[in-house]
Design a protein around this ligand. Sequence first.
Ligand code: NDP
Length: 247
Amino acid sequence: MDLKGKRAIVTGGTRGIGRAIVLELAKHGCNVLFTYRKSSNESKDLEREVKNYGVNVFSMQADAASYKDAEKVAKAAIEKLGGIDILVNNAGMTKDNLLLRMSESDFDDVIDTNLKSVYNYTKVCIQPMMRQSFGRIINITSVVGLFGNPGQANYCASKAGVIGFTKSVAKELASRNITANCIAPGYIVTDMTEALPDKVKEDILNKVPLKRPGKPSDVAKAVVFLCSEYADYITGQTIAVDGGMSM
Ligand code: NDP
């Protein structure tokens, strides 16, 4: 799968799944600008690692929930990379609690970071994509956006919202040769899931037919597939990368 010379924005690229996506895109020849919220040391380490693949790489501190930050990131991608072919909306967070105890700010923070961010970045990237009649938008949702999860009403609402948003955008932009798809990871080992109690991890694993948790690279490979010419005729879809959990 050749992405040589393509130009990608990846939100939340410093850790976990986002980091693996940045590396996998670079491995296939894609130039990348990735964002992060706090981890500036990790961003510099990742830039160094990515340069080994001989591609251009830049990182920017930018809050995914901020439209103004998204505008700055898109402008920087056009200046530094020369355009935007691929957008991966990956940045995400959890603030889990039963609804009875979920504060309004915990609901709003998760919606803003996981769902409004997808609006922010898609909105600022589609004009350059439309002008060049090419674009690949990949949104990282979650299997819990498909079937819900106790303690995650905010997170599940945000991830279900991403799926609806993606289908609408796919219909709006198909005539411009821009595809928009979701990837719904299951249980992937990252800082986000390491925070879960052991009993919860064990219960999730019992529901995974492949009997192992996923690796960030399992998700990253699916992203590269959706960006490649092998997926040119796929749009508006949600692909679960979950070891069979959502069957
Ligand atoms: P991690 O918590 O390991 O990493 C999150 C990344 O997103 C970090 O790079 C973080 O930057 C960045 N980020 C978080 N908030 C913001 C923000 N407001 N602005 C910019 N960057 C931000 O998460 P995962 O890798 O596990 O998750 C990645 C995506 O995959 C998320 O959308 C998540 O919901 C989804 N997902 C994950 C699953 C899993 O099992 N791990 C399952 C299903 C979906 P910084 O380091 O600076 O904080």
